[in-house]
Write a protein that binds this ligand. Structure first.
Ligand code: SAM
Ligand code: DTB
Ligand code: SF4
Length: 337
């Protein structure tokens, strides 16, 4: 069989090298193109850089749940909203590592740990560092998402060997204050720049289905694609509506618009892993299949995300079996891109 990177002459030579000078107008034109044209182009870009039949699997764990001082309008964990979620303290290192071991046995290559903080306190950092070291010793990639970081925090995480830091820009700069008022879009970009500067890989994406317009989805992706280096991992979350949050009743995103968002991310950030993230329990198999065709090549596995449901290993193995999609082992993963 032909190498997956082989492709017929297709007239999209400019897709070969990542660009960092996307304009809103050209990105919007891609997003608005006839669906088949958009998907065809995204799929060609995808095949040029990745095996289209392999998906990277990450597993999430909430290491500190609830009681967060930030007011993110989508989040079950914000102390500003009346959700049914009880707050808990930072987990013990051994418990985290025992969960990480199970995730590895179930096929995850990256272990992502999330805390409901605006930013970590100094005393938390010792514990977090031990978690990173423990996960790496298990032979998995480590990822943390802890809120805003100082230069000192970033250096400690780098020294511990942290592979990825997740910090989402969530939406466009224009729509940002409709979603969050306790921090700014610029705050997010500052932390991302510190993480990049320290040499930690960047995971940054956003949420769609929060009542934003197509222009907000496009602008969010333009911001990410015009960073000096593309995030290695770009999670695209579909809002999981949480009762008691201001976004509980937000208008749902139309599935085709969601697929367009994935396709645009793939075209603009050709070498990044685009993760089909939160919201998969509300997606049909066909919608997920279209997302994989459009260039998504990473998912969260297991039956919970941080606090919300995820399809679980049995449902995923049925889906991936039907689609002929296999795992991307760690060794292969490190050669990608
Ligand atoms: N507190 C840290 C922060 O905000 O960076 C880390 C944890 S936070 C829960 C990680 C990301 O999860 C958010 O940036 C957001 O993109 C995503 N997220 C949170 N709640 C969500 C929801 N209900 N639906 C979809 N994505 C969600
Ligand atoms: C990301 O972009 N999505 C993940 C991860 N990064 C940390 C989180 C999704 C959270 C979904 C809602 C919940 O589980 O509470
Ligand atoms: Fe806190 Fe993160 Fe939730 Fe915002 S998204 S409320 S920062 S846990």
């Amino acid at each position: 069989m032909a190498d997956h990177r082989d492709h017929p002459g297709n007239g999209f030579a400019a897709d070969a090298e990542p660009r960092h000078d996307w304009t809103r107008v050209e990105a919007q034109a891609l997003y608005d193109a006839p669906f088949n044209d958009l998907l065809f182009r995204a799929h060609l870009v995808h095949r040029r850089h990745f095996d289209p039949n392999k998906v990277q699997k990450s597993r999430l764990l909430s290491i500190k749940t609830g009681g967060c001082p930030e007011d993110c309008g989508y989040c079950s964990q914000s102390a500003h909203h009346k959700t049914s979620l009880p707050a808990s303290k930072l987990m013990e290192v051994e418990r985290v590592l025992s969960e990480a071991r199970k995730a590895k046995e179930a096929g995850a290559t990256r272990y992502c740990m999330g805390a409901a903080w605006r930013s970590p306190k100094d005393r938390d950092m010792d514990v977090v560092v031990a978690m990173v070291e423990g996960v790496r010793a298990l032979g998995m990639e480590s990822c943390m998402t802890l809120g805003m970081l100082s230069v000192e925090d970033v250096m400690r995480l780098k020294d511990a060997g942290l592979d990825y830091y997740n910090h989402n820009i969530d939406t466009s700069e224009r729509y940002y204050d409709k979603v969050i008022t306790t921090r700014s879009f610029a705050d997010r970009l500052d932390t991302l720049a510190r993480v990049r500067e320290a040499g930690i890989k960047v995971c940054s994406g956003g949420i769609v289905g929060m009542g934003e317009g197509a222009d907000d989805r496009v602008d969010m992706l333009v911001t990410l694609a015009n960073l000096p280096t593309h995030p290695e991992s770009v999670p695209i979350n579909m809002l999981v509506p949480i009762e008691g949050t201001p976004m509980a009743e937000a208008e749902k995103i139309e599935p085709i618009a969601f697929v367009r968002t994935i396709a645009l991310a793939r075209i603009m950030m050709p070498r990044s892993f685009v993760r089909l993230s939160a919201g998969r329990t509300a997606m049909s198999d066909e919608m997920q299949a279209l997302c994989f065709f459009a260039g998504a090549n990473s998912v969260f596995v297991g039956d919970t995300l941080l606090t919300a449901d995820n399809p679980g290993d049995d449902a995923d193995s049925v889906l991936f079996g039907k689609l002929g999609i296999g795992d991307l082992p760690l060794a292969e993963l490190q050669r990608c891109g």
